[in-house]
Ligand binder design. Structure first.
Ligand code: SAH
Length: 258
């Protein structure tokens, strides 16, 4: 047995698993901070790291129940109906729930004596505990001759993401960054579970919590149409799953979450 202590915590806009990019780097606009925890939160511990453009993060999939792994899983890339060995996939349900992501390091800051890494291209749930940081070494880690098995290419992108006038206005007034660009990049990844992509005929509605917003969209052929973006307030978010089912039975069901 080995015991590890997190060296830091991720702060991201991804407040639920549904809608998070399926790999790091797919959504460059997905930003996060990694706040180092004492006693690791000292500038000496990251001295020299600023000269690297990318980092490896080793982290805990803290948002899934422990002990639920199976020897085989159904990767979304295979349409959700073919099984592969868990070690042949990047499934979050693993014997040791450890994740590995290569992310861009934008800058390193110090806030109230704490070291904060500003990251881009993350696929990380808010609150993710990070066990280790390693610099990405292009000469060793970039392997142009590598083959990608069942996931050789990046998944196909949706053609368009459109916004209702109200949703566009909400984005224009959002004070924390370019929400519209983030949503375009996120929804072009098509977060729908694979089984729905094939079965889907009538327009279906989806929702995700992103930062302090509840984003809702419809799928119309290869277009994601953002219908509403609602501000979420404390007390409003205790059980978003429950609220969605009450409000609109056609919004994504828990099955749609990974
Ligand atoms: N790049 C990592 C993660 C790939 S799986 C790896 O290969 O190991 C990416 C998915 O993990 C995301 O779509 C999100 O749904 C899920 N995820 C991200 N952070 C998580 C966390 N802390 N707990 C549980 N699931 C998480």
């Amino acid at each position: 047995m080995y015991q590890f202590t997190p060296i830091g915590l991720i702060r991201s806009g991804f407040r639920e698993k549904f809608g998070i990019p399926r790999q790091a780097g797919l959504v460059p606009a997905a930003r996060a901070t990694l706040e180092l925890l004492p006693p690791y939160s000292q500038p000496e511990a990251v001295r020299g790291l600023e000269s690297f453009s990318h980092l490896w993060l080793i982290f805990v999939f803290h948002g899934i129940p422990m002990g639920r792994w199976r020897p085989t899983v159904r990767p979304p890339r295979l349409g959700g109906d073919r099984r592969l060995g868990v070690f042949a996939t990047r499934s979050t349900f693993r014997p040791n729930p450890l994740g590995l992501s290569a992310v861009r390091l934008e800058r390193i800051a110090t806030r109230q004596g704490r070291v904060v890494l500003h990251l881009q291209g993350v696929d990380l749930l808010d609150g993710t505990p990070v066990l280790d940081i390693k610099p990405y070494l292009p000469y060793a880690d970039c392997l142009p001759e590598a083959t990608g098995g069942f996931a050789a290419e990046a998944p196909a992108l949706l053609v368009t993401v459109e916004f209702s006038p109200a949703a566009a206005a909400f984005c224009a007034n959002w004070p924390h960054g370019d929400l519209r660009e983030l949503l375009v990049q996120l929804l072009r990844q098509d977060p729908r579970p694979a089984y729905q992509e094939r079965a889907c005929r009538a327009p279906r509605r989806y929702g995700m919590r992103l930062y302090d917003c509840d984003v809702r969209w419809e799928m119309r052929d290869a277009t994601a149409y953002v219908t509403d973006i609602l501000p979420e307030f404390p007390g409003d978010v205790e059980n978003p799953d429950e609220r969605r089912r009450e409000g609109d039975g056609n919004l994504h069901e828990p099955l749609g979450r990974r």
